[in-house]
Design a protein around this ligand. Structure first.
Ligand SMILES: Nc1ncnc2c1ncn2[C@@H]1O[C@H](COP(=O)(O)OP(=O)(O)OP(=O)(O)O)[C@@H](O)[C@H]1O
Length: 224
């Protein structure tokens, strides 16, 4: 599903280029989940942004859902962002002017995969059925988070990219959201790449890798 080979990325700074990724290799099978850990500033979000097609690497290859992202032009990369991935951030990034129902449908419509029956099921499973006509500002943090999960899952993307998706929630709500996410991911067959600072959360995913000095290595994380 996702294969990353020798990925390099540096950022220009007044002191010269800051190398962040220095030869990252990674593979993620269809339907598998992977936790990405590493110290603050180690480049986790940078890696996620490259896979999302929000930025381009200096060197190396990202092969995702059968296409080489580095060889895509801007239009094809925009199609990848629209149709190939679901993004879930710590800040939920809901659209304030749209109802919960329209937020849920937003990406699925863009991707041409709006499926009202799946969306209704998702809303029920995520405990959002009674909130569909509300606006994001009328929801609690946990409810907003569940809308963000639902929006990403509604289009059944091949790849879900999550950056600290439960970072804004208390532990109980975060665990509940994570359990639902993993259950729904298993059903949709999506692959999941999740950045987290929590070894406890990481332990619920299939595999954990640690980003250190610009490279990825296995992490000694205890499994439950
Ligand atoms: N646009 C940019 N220009 C310059 N430097 C940047 C830019 N974006 C990120 N960086 C730097 O690149 C490094 C990696 O940042 P990144 O956000 O990928 O780390 P992270 O592992 O996700 O961190 P955190 O866990 O704190 O979110 C940091 O040193 C950061 O300051």
């Amino acid at each position: 599903m996702l294969t990353i080979t020798d990925l390099h990325k540096s950022y220009p700074t007044p002191q010269g280029p800051l190398p962040v990724l220095r030869g990252v290799d990674l593979s993620l099978a269809r339907g598998a989940s992977l936790a990405l850990m590493g110290e603050s500033g180690s480049g986790k979000s940078t890696l996620l942004h490259l896979v999302a097609g929000l930025d381009r690497p200096d060197q190396g290859h990202i092969q995702a859902a059968g296409q080489a992202l580095s060889s895509l032009n801007e239009g094809a990369l925009a199609a990848w962002r629209r149709e190939g991935i679901g993004l879930i951030f710590q800040q939920f990034n809901l659209i304030a002017s749209l109802t919960v129902a329209d937020n849920l449908a937003f990406q699925a419509r863009l991707a041409g995969r709006h499926d009202p029956r799946w969306q209704t099921e998702l809303a029920e499973r995520l405990g959002l059925a009674a909130l569909l006509e509300r606006y994001p500002e009328q929801l609690s943090g946990g409810q907003q988070q569940r809308v963000a999960l639902g929006r990403a899952l509604a289009s059944r993307p091949p790849l879900l990219l999550a950056d600290e998706p439960t970072g804004n929630l208390d532990e109980a709500s975060g665990d509940q959201a994570l359990a639902l996410l993993l259950e729904l991911v298993a059903e949709t067959g999506s692959s999941l790449l999740m950045v987290t600072h929590s070894a406890r959360i990481a332990s619920h995913l299939d595999r954990t890798l640690q980003l250190e000095r610009g490279r990825l290595g296995g992490a000694a994380v205890a499994r439950p």
